[in-house]
Ligand binder design. Structure first.
Ligand SMILES: Cc1cc2nc3c(=O)[nH]c(=O)nc-3n(C[C@H](O)[C@H](O)[C@H](O)COP(=O)(O)O)c2cc1C
Length: 316
C-alpha cells in the first residue's frame, strides 16, 4: 500500500465521531496493511464501562478507512478482531488487489470532513422516505438493523426514556466528574469543546450540580421535535457487533450528510441498562446501540477538534 493512500486512510479515520470526542484509536502502518487498535488510555470507564461505545467509535473510524481505500481504488480485505489473544487489535485492513471495487463507498469518502454532530435544533419536517430505505439497505450490509421511529406514540415513549436517562446519568457524581474531565478548550484537540475562558467554571458546574432535570427537559423537546429519529440495533452485544454498528453508523451519518442532513445522539436510554431493555421493547429491536436525531441544521455546523495524527500512530 503506498504511503500516501495509507496516510489518507488514517487521516479519514481520525475524523470519525467518538463518544466525548475521546478519539480512542491508534493505528499501526505495515507494508501491506493498517491495524486499528483501541486506545484504552482514552476509555470512559463510567460512561462506557464495557467499552461498547469505544468499539462503536472505532467502527466509525474503520468505515472511514474503507471509504478512503475505495476512493483510492485500493482493493482491501477487512479482518475484524483478527487476534483472539489481543482484544485491543480491533481490525486489520489488508491490501487485496483482487477485491472488487466499491464505487458506492468511494462516493461517500468526500463527505467525511462535512459530517458533524449538530446538537442544536433542526428545520421542521422530513419527507425523504427513500433515504430511510437506502440507509436500511446499507446497515443490513453491515449486519445491523435500522429502525425509524414511525408513530407519535412511539416517539413520546422514547422521549420519556431519554428524559429518564438524563436524570439517571446526571444523578451519578462519577459520571458527571468524567464528563467534566472531557469538557476542554478546542485547542486541546480532544474532548467536548468549551471556551478556554469559561472551561474551569463549566467543568466545576458539571462536577457539582445535577443538571439532569434541565437536560431532560431540553432533550425531550429535541426528541419530540426531531424530523427523524433512528435507532441502530445489532443481533448480538459484543465487540464484533459493536464494531459492525460503528461501521453502519458512520455510513448512515454520511448518507444523511449527502442529502444535506446532519445527526446528533440521544443515547441516554441506551447507556442506562434498565432503560435500554425498555427501549428494546418499545422499538422491537434486539440490542439498541445508538439513538440518533437527524435533520437539516438551522445553524452552520462546526468542526470539532482532533488530536495530531502523529500521536495516533503506533511504532511497528
Ligand atoms: C458511540 C458514540 C456515542 C456518542 N454519544 C453521544 C452522546 O450521548 N451525546 C452527544 O451529544 N454526542 C455523542 N456522540 C457524539 C460525539 O460527542 C462527537 O462525535 C464528538 O464530539 C466529535 O464531534 P463530531 O462528531 O462533530 O466530529 C457520540 C458519538 C459516538 C461515536
Amino acid at each position: 500500500m503506498d504511503k500516501q493512500t495509507a496516510r489518507q486512510m488514517v487521516h479519514s479515520a481520525m475524523l470519525a465521531p467518538s463518544s466525548h470526542n475521546s478519539q480512542p484509536w491508534r493505528f499501526r502502518l505495515q507494508d501491506h496493511s493498517i491495524e486499528l487498535l483501541a486506545d484504552s488510555s482514552r476509555a470512559l470507564p463510567v460512561n462506557d464501562p464495557n467499552d461498547r461505545e469505544l468499539h462503536i467509535s472505532c467502527g466509525c473510524a474503520l468505515m472511514n478507512m474503507r471509504l478512503a481505500a475505495a476512493k483510492a481504488q485500493l482493493g482491501i480485505e477487512v479482518q475484524l478482531l483478527p487476534d483472539a489473544d489481543n482484544p485491543e487489535l480491533l481490525a486489520r485492513v489488508v491490501e487485496c488487489p483482487q477485491a472488487a471495487e466499491q464505487p458506492a463507498l468511494a462516493q461517500l469518502a468526500d463527505l467525511i470532513p462535512n459530517r458533524h454532530t449538530v446538537r442544536s435544533e433542526y428545520e421542521a419536517g422530513f419527507d425523504d422516505g427513500d433515504l430511510i430505505s437506502e440507509l436500511r439497505q446499507w446497515t443490513k450490509l453491515e449486519s445491523v438493523q435500522l429502525a425509524a421511529v414511525s408513530s407519535e406514540a412511539q416517539r413520546s415513549r422514547i422521549a420519556d426514556l431519554i428524559a429518564r436517562g438524563d436524570k439517571a446519568l446526571w444523578a451519578d457524581r462519577a459520571w458527571r466528574r468524567e464528563l467534566a474531565r472531557w469538557m476542554l478548550p478546542a485547542n486541546r484537540g480532544e474532548g467536548l469543546a468549551v471556551s478556554a475562558l469559561w472551561s474551569p467554571f463549566i467543568r466545576a458546574m458539571i462536577r457539582w450540580f445535577n443538571l439532569g432535570t434541565m437536560m431532560a427537559r431540553k432533550n425531550t423537546r429535541l426528541a419530540e421535535k426531531a424530523p427523524l429519529l433512528l435507532v441502530l440495533s445489532s443481533c448480538g452485544d459484543g465487540p464484533r457487533q459493536w464494531l459492525e454498528t460503528g461501521q453502519a453508523l458512520q455510513r448512515v451519518l454520511l448518507g444523511c450528510c449527502q442529502r444535506g442532513y446532519q445527526g446528533s445522539f440521544l443515547n441516554q436510554p441506551i447507556q442506562v441498562s434498565r432503560l435500554r431493555t425498555r427501549l428494546a421493547k418499545v422499538t422491537g429491536l434486539a440490542h439498541p446501540q445508538v439513538l440518533l436525531r437527524v435533520g437539516r441544521p438551522i445553524e452552520q455546523a462546526v468542526a470539532s477538534a482532533r488530536r495530531p495524527l502523529s500521536g495516533m500512530l503506533d511504532p511497528v
